[in-house]
Design a protein around this ligand. Structure first.
Ligand code: AKB
Length: 312
């Protein structure tokens, strides 16, 4: 239910709705969008109550309709989703939020002629994918989360609207916590290293996954949304973009450059299975060619930025 039918302010410029705005990506994307389009242009929403955003449940079609109509929204960044670890614990809820929620947003985007950004993930790939994942390859994900992302990519092509997405790698940032994902260890490890000097990692030390520092992910999102639709091809529902790939052990080594006494043990749990079903690296030629994608953060630069940011 859209609980608060707040008195909505009329604002004449571009109006951008963000769902899932309190999440790891949303927290930084809202700031970035406001820097570009102005504070009032961006309407952050989340299912959780918070002074900084409006309450919106993406399963509430009427609530989305009301907000988009009343606020004259022309662009939507639909970030509300369950990630892999939470999704596997509750597959029905994962399907509802990730697929039914997206269907609702697509229906409203169609009705009001909104452009739509809907993130995909490296979780669309399954165990049959080459270790360096090409843009085009059979998508047979092992997780329900991955399946919902494949459906989302297909919707981008069949919806008939201007809808785009990126297959985000594991995202690393310090401004908001990661939550419910398999790649979360690459964020948790920094907090534990600084607080306790030790981390017990839930994947094996040789687990190599595609990762990306959040600044690169936010820039990629803004750059993709800036490109005229006619320049984008069949990959527009989910572009491969590479940041930096590293093993959990290599991450520990990079952190130890700053914290030589930091220790890490490895106790794999169920999330190891999800990680093992994903590729080691991403091949991102199509994104580079079609909209000029280029990462700026390698492993050491990411680690330097995380440590500095968390130390304050
Ligand atoms: C997760 O770990 O579930 C996410 C993802 C790879 O999409 N970070």
């Amino acid at each position: 239910m859209f609980k608060y039918r707040q008195k909505l302010t009329m604002y004449m410029g571009k109006r951008i709705l963000v769902t899932g705005a309190l999440g790891q990506i949303g927290t930084e994307l809202v700031t970035a969008l406001r820097n570009v389009h102005g504070y009032d242009a961006v309407i952050p929403t989340d299912v959780r109550e918070n002074d900084d955003c409006r309450v919106l449940n993406v399963l509430d079609l009427e609530g989305i309709d009301y907000l988009v109509r009343e606020e004259n929204v022309s662009e939507i960044y639909h970030l509300a989703a369950l990630l892999s670890a939470t999704g596997e614990k509750n597959p029905e809820l994962c399907w509802d939020i990730n697929v039914v929620g997206l269907e609702n947003v697509v229906e409203i985007a169609k009705k009001y002629d909104c452009r739509l950004f809907s993130p995909s993930s490296i979780a669309v790939f399954g165990p049959d994918c080459p270790k360096i994942a090409p843009q085009v390859t059979p998508l047979n994900p092992a997780t329900i989360y991955g399946k919902t992302k494949v459906v989302g990519e297909q919707m981008a092509i069949t919806s008939g609207i201007d809808m785009r997405g990126i297959r985000y790698p594991g995202l690393v940032s310090y401004k908001a916590p990661a939550g419910g994902g398999t790649t979360d260890y690459a964020v948790e490890i920094f907090h534990a290293a600084l607080k306790d000097g030790h981390y017990d990692c839930f994947v094996r030390e040789d687990t190599r996954l595609p990762m990306m520092y959040m600044d690169d992910a936010i820039r990629a999102t803004l750059e993709l949304m800036d490109i005229p639709m006619e320049k984008l091809g069949a990959a527009r529902g989910g572009y491969n973009i590479a940041g930096c790939s590293f093993t959990a052990k290599e991450l520990v080594g990079s952190i130890q450059r700053h914290l030589p006494d930091f220790t890490c043990t490895f106790t794999p749990d169920i999330r190891q299975n999800y990680a093992d079903s994903w590729p080691d690296e991403i091949e991102d030629e199509v994104a580079r060619l079609e909209w000029g994608w280029k990462p700026e953060f390698d492993l050491d630069k990411m680690v330097d930025t995380m440590i500095k940011g968390l130390k304050g």
